[in-house]
Write a protein of this length. Structure first.
Length: 84
């Protein structure tokens, strides 16, 4: 059974998707950009600061994917698939 995951400890989804979904033994996270839970976009920060924020939004496991353009024109987005 699929369950939608939503938390105030991470930024709200920017588009028409959820922060994460889970089944009995898997968790699929949405890509995370350097957006704080308070809504502050760290797009002008150094890449290490942006990476730290993206990882803070959905630890522990993430995969980074490069594309031509990311939401809100940020430099990084990180997502994950994990087992429980």
């Amino acid at each position: 059974m699929k369950r939608i995951v939503s938390t105030d400890d991470a930024p709200a989804a920017v588009g028409a998707y959820s922060q994460a979904t889970e089944t009995d033994d898997l968790i699929f996270t949405a890509g995370q950009i350097p957006l704080t839970p308070d809504g502050d976009l760290l797009d002008g920060a150094d890449i290490d600061v942006q990476t730290d924020q993206a990882l803070e939004n959905g630890p522990p496991a993430r995969s980074a994917v490069e594309v031509a353009a990311l939401p809100k024109e940020v430099d990084i987005e990180i997502e994950a698939v994990a087992t429980k």
